[in-house]
Design a protein around this ligand. Structure first.
Ligand SMILES: Nc1nc2c(ncn2[C@@H]2O[C@H](COP(=O)(O)OP(=O)(O)OP(=O)(O)O)[C@@H](O)[C@H]2O)c(=O)[nH]1
Ligand SMILES: [Zn+2]
Length: 199
């Protein structure tokens, strides 16, 4: 069977859509519960703005997953390092932000490079914990690209840990998920972790 030259798969998120009006009303209630006067003219547009901001942060953009045949039989790691990332912690609804390093070891097909960042966004724009986000990106790439291996590292600072509570300002959390050769083969695994950390 011949493999198509360029293949495109439309990727749409399967999140439920945000009810912006209901979210706005809830923000008005929250302001009141927090002892703030929602009728204060300075706060007049705040419920709408907050609803819009959360909608944006919870809605990944659609994209085409573009792949090309690996005609040159490229068989070394492809790594996109320092992909900017921001997401929302599901415990406090506060942001966590940092970078993702995403790599794969090609098999039959290679991927348009920008798509690595788009896959990160696909799962980051949700209520998350960092561990699940890391695994979802790795699992999705393994499933859709069927490479020889996948590796994902996320380094992030959680506002719920910096601004409140323990106030461990500047603490960064590292998580990783690896599949295939990057998990099984010690040399590939070592290479991935060294390159991803810039060493
Ligand atoms: N494993 C994991 N924990 C997270 C993540 N984001 C936030 N948390 C933690 O989730 C925990 C929630 O614990 P709770 O004790 O219920 O919440 P809390 O009373 O606000 O905790 P403190 O932050 O310690 O004040 C906290 O320890 C957070 O730091 C994440 O991405 N992964
Ligand atoms: Zn949190």
């Amino acid at each position: 069977m011949s493999t198509p030259k360029v293949a495109k798969l439309r990727v749409v998120h399967n999140r439920t859509h945000v009810d912006q009006h209901a979210a706005g009303r809830a923000v008005t209630d929250l302001l009141r519960a927090l002892g703030k006067d929602p009728d204060n003219p300075h706060l007049a547009d705040t419920p709408r703005r907050v609803a819009t901001a959360f909608t944006e942060m919870l809605t990944p953009r659609e994209f085409d997953l573009t792949t090309f045949p690996n005609d040159e039989r490229y068989d070394e790691l492809v790594l996109a390092r320092d992909i900017p990332l921001h997401s929302l912690c599901e415990h406090h609804l506060l942001p966590f932000h940092g970078v993702a390093h995403v790599a794969y070891l090609p098999a039959e097909r290679i991927l348009g490079l920008s798509k690595l960042a788009r896959v990160v966004e696909l799962f980051a724009r949700d209520l998350q914990v960092q561990e699940r986000l890391t695994q979802q990106v790795a699992d999705w790439l393994q499933h859709h690209l069927e490479p020889k291996g996948v590796g994902v590292i996320i380094e992030a600072e959680h506002m719920c840990m910096s601004l409140r509570g323990v106030q461990a300002n500047g603490a960064r959390t590292l998580t990783s998920a690896v599949h295939g050769a990057l998990r099984e083969d010690p040399r590939s695994r070592q290479e991935f972790f060294s390159l991803a950390r810039g060493r």
